[in-house]
Design a protein around this ligand. Structure first.
Ligand code: 0A1
Ligand code: ZN
Length: 849
């Protein structure tokens, strides 16, 4: 297979400018006709020469230039019109192509889901719809006419006119093709309206299948709050007469920010207390906000090329994280975000798939919608904000919107607005965008004659293709506590810019206890020799809620690591410290629930590997269970009272306060099952009146080796509900005992309702297979084999999702020689498969390199 990378250094502007696009769709499942009129002109700033249009899988029916038929033979990736055939002045290129949405299982371009037509064009799906310069720096105004028997016909922008069997849309805002969308279906709307700060009325609609309209209220409420928040916090107003959201069942990702017509995976729209968990509600709120915020950060200002993907994604994630913090709790949100960052991005950054936040080469761009570009991209913006301060950040963002509105911009443009607005030189800071890998910051402390000195040393591990790196600018937020727990130096941001640097704190009466990297002020690994006593002290006294949690986390990891490696007993001090937090009613229940969550098995495998050990998944699993058992014993007397005190009064509300209570109560239930074998969980399952509690109790029962009757009852109640049944599939796989995992997955995948071409269902089973650490890494290799079998089966149908799921193998270098050999053999089997996609081929190749 040839894998020619696209390189950032090769960027050239497009040969032509495209001012306007007229599209007509005559929809039919097997033979949709797409007529396109492209209003083109030579680009004075372009390289000149031929006109090259992208196009894949299109049957060309007719082509004409300024009304004159043109002979052209498309190749596998597009169509070239030779320079000699092109006028030196503006011209119109017309094409008619035929495509078959019904057979499109890749879910890119125009496809069908549950009887409706829908599109997904990011990153390069528009080329599967018509011949077009499918690149983000070509921005045009779109006029769209849809002809179809379907009752609801939607596209971007504002509605212009409609009649029986047709509708026309006009989008006044120039946009790249990846933001194009079309939907046609038998849909109903949950509607509302929004008045912008300047007094314009916007019609809001969430379009769903008949019967689902009662499940949209939370998504609509989240949308309205997002619109208001973006006005209040960023001064950004919505800019069309309508904002449409459509929920579809078959979707490769979470959702998509198409201009004025967001398309969502239905699991991120539909929710009732009976069908959705608190976590689902929280994600719906965050993703609705994320897609809405893209209207400014992504759509009004887009990316010049796909190497700049973090320009829109890092910034939009940063904005949605700020929003969620404002809506819920900043402390809890920060802890959750850091947990996710470490689990996904640190893992990626430390393995064969590591890449820069702005990479400089790719084979398949769909493989770069990663935790590094999204989540590390957001962290980099958080650091920028910490360095320039609130006022500097606001000035820079105002300048960004002002200067680049309507443009396709770059990371250089982004950094320049910060430099121009604040006067700060960001040359060194830019390394965060161009160099991969998670820096390690070693801390040493010194106390002499009333002066406390912190010495910070940064180490930058090699990553694929980047053996050597320059020192980063690392904002390290520090606070100092005196020995009785009072804060003597409030949070101060130290700027680490050299490989090694010392910072002095003078005038202290006694040696302080340092709270370092408060709020997780930089995405680094902190290496510090801290005694268990000092960690326990910070867990009890730190005024920074993130570091308070972090101290407990670090303590738990130290204890668990010793249990795994040395066979040590659970530390009594840790048990006592954690019990104090769990029972401290002055603390937010959500925070206490997070403190009670033991380090995950994959996290421990990474930690042990970093410390020079070879992780043994079975030992990690056993030790973690022993740790939970000991914690349950420690809390035994207090659990019933703790749980009773957390009962929720009144009707279900998906807000942070109730969700926190449920989370802590269910953490208590999990501990109780270590003592009573699951009896309380059986009762809890029977009494549950919402999905959060039902699913939590079911998981506890499965962990305890029970739950058969409950699984059957759940299935009988929810058999027709796809999103709820996804949970039923997933919970069984996540909580299967390691030795049973392969057979559980085999049983589930032979069921008639294992509709593996649906990405949600595939992820519910095959994604969960890889998330069950001890089961996936069972020494037999059965987990690895099963995953590879399913990736190879999915790849010809849906290469994008197959490639994403292959990242389950990215951690292979951590494990012992036998497991390494087993995983490499599966990756080699994948590489050798005939007809392997570019997507999966690139991923397997990078993992093996
Ligand atoms: N831009 C969307 C995510 C998205 C990316 C790629 C897709 O197909 C390859 C689909 C959606 C977002 O950030 O929400
Ligand atoms: Zn996004």
């Amino acid at each position: 297979m040839t894998q020619t990378p696209v390189k950032l250094v090769d960027y050239q502007p497009f040969s032509h400018v495209l001012n306007r696009v007229e599209l007509t769709f005559r929809l039919a499942p097997q033979a949709t006709r797409v007529l396109a009129r492209l209003h083109l002109a030579p680009n004075p700033a372009g390289p000149g020469g031929d006109l090259r249009l992208d196009g894949e899988g299109l049957r060309l029916i007719a082509l004409a230039l300024d009304g004159v038929a043109l002979e052209a033979t498309p190749d596998a990736t597009g169509l070239t019109i030779a320079a000699q055939a092109l006028p030196d002045a503006p011209f119109v290129l017309e094409s008619e192509v035929e495509i078959a949405p019904e057979g499109n299982t890749a879910l890119e371009g125009l496809y069908m889901s549950g009887g409706m037509y829908c599109t997904q064009c990011e990153a390069e799906g528009f080329r599967k719809i018509t011949f077009y310069p499918d690149r983000p720096d070509v921005m045009a105004r779109f006029d769209v006419r849809i002809e179809s028997e379907m009752p609801v016909l939607l596209s971007n922008g504002n509605p212009v006119a409609a009649g029986p069997g047709w509708a026309e849309w006009h989008d006044p805002w120039p946009k790249p093709a990846y933001l194009f969308a079309l939907v046609a279906g038998d849909l109903v709307a949950h509607s509302a309206s929004f008045t912008t700060a300047s007094g314009r009325e916007v019609a809001l609609n969430i379009w769903v299948r008949q019967g689902d309209e009662g499940r949209c209220a939370y998504a609509m409420d989240s949308l309205i709050r997002s619109m208001r928040w973006d006005e209040q916090v960023y001064g950004r107003e919505y800019d069309l007469d309508v904002f449409n959201i459509v929920a579809v069942d078959d979707f490769n990702m979470g959702a998509m920010e198409n201009k004025g017509l967001n398309i969502f995976n239905s699991k991120l729209v539909l929710a009732t207390p009976e069908t959705a968990t608190d976590t689902d509600y929280e994600r719906i709120e965050a993703v609705i906000a994320h897609e809405y915020f893209h209207n400014w950060t992504g759509n009004r200002i887009t990316c010049r090329d796909w190497f700049q993907l973090c320009l829109k994604e890092g910034l939009t994630v940063f904005r949605d994280q700020q929003f969620s913090g404002d809506m819920r709790s900043h402390a809890v949100k920060r802890i959750e975000d850091v947990l996710a960052l470490r689990a996904r991005q640190f893992r990626e950054d430390g393995g064969p798939l590591a890449h820069a936040v702005r990479p400089d080469a790719y084979v398949e761009i769909n493989n770069f919608y990663t935790a590094t570009i999204y989540e590390k991209g957001a962290e980099v913006i958080g650091m920028l904000k910490a360095l320039v301060g609130e006022a500097g950040y606001k000035a820079a963002l105002d300048l960004y919107f002002d200067r680049h509105d309507g443009q396709a911009a770059t990371i250089e443009d982004w950094l320049r607005v910060f430099e121009d607005a604040t006067g700060r030189d960001l040359t060194q800071f830019k390394r965060w965008y161009t160099e991969a890998g998670t820096p390690r910051v070693k801390v040493t402390e010194d106390w002499a004659e009333g002066v406390f000195t912190l010495t910070l040393q940064q180490e930058l591990p090699p990553t694929p293709g980047q053996p050597d790196k320059g020192a980063k600018v690392i904002p390290v937020a520090v606070g100092l506590l005196n020995p009785n727990g009072d804060e003597v130096v409030p949070t101060t941001v130290l700027e680490l810019v050299e490989p090694v640097q010392s910072f002095r704190f003078e005038g202290l009466a006694a040696r302080p206890v340092a709270s370092i990297l408060r709020g997780f002020s930089a995405p680094v690994v902190l290496e510090r020799n801290v005694s268990a006593q000092e960690r326990a002290f910070l867990l009890a006294h730190d005024t920074d809620p993130f570091n308070k949690w972090e101290a407990g986390r670090a303590l738990a990891k130290d204890v668990l690591a010793r249990m795994i490696v040395e066979g040590a007993e659970v530390s009594r001090d840790w048990l006592a410290a954690l019990a104090r937090v769990a029972l401290d009613e002055s603390l937010d229940p959500a925070f206490r629930a997070l403190a009670l969550r033991l380090p995950g098995e994959d996290d421990m495998a990474a930690t042990l590997h970093d410390a020079g050990h070879v992780p043994d998944p079975a030992r990690i699993h056993a030790a973690r269970r022993a740790m939970a058992g000991a914690l349950a014993q420690e809390l035994a007397g207090a659990l019933p009272g703790l749980m009773a005190g957390l009962a929720v009064q009144g009707p279900f509300a998906p807000d942070a306060a109730q969700a926190g209570k449920r989370a802590l109560r269910n953490a208590g239930l999990a501990l109780l099952s270590r003592l009573d074998g699951g009896a309380a969980a059986e009762a809890a399952y029977a009494q549950a009146d919402n999905m959060t509690d039902s699913l939590a109790a079911l998981a506890v029962l499965l962990e305890a080796g029970r739950g058969a009757a409950e699984l059957a009852g759940f299935e009988a109640r929810w058999a027709g509900e796809r999103l709820v049944m996804d949970k039923w599939f997933m919970v069984q796989v996540l909580h299967a005992a390691p030795q049973d995992l392969a057979s559980v997955v085999e049983r589930l995948t032979t069921r008639a309702d294992f509709d593996w071409k649906n990405p949600n269902r595939f992820r519910a089973v095959i994604g969960a297979l890889a998330a069950n650490h001890a089961g996936f890494h069972h020494a037999s290799g059965a987990g690895y084999r099963l995953l590879a079998d399913w990736l190879l089966r999915l790849d010809p149908k849906n290469p994008q999702t197959a490639a994403r799921m292959s990242t389950a193998f990215e951690t292979w270098p951590r494990y012992d020689a036998d497991r390494q050999a087993l995983i490499r053999a599966e990756l080699e089997r994948i590489m050798a498969a005939p007809g392997l996609s570019r997507d999966l081929g690139e991923m397997a190749g990078r993992m093996l390199a």
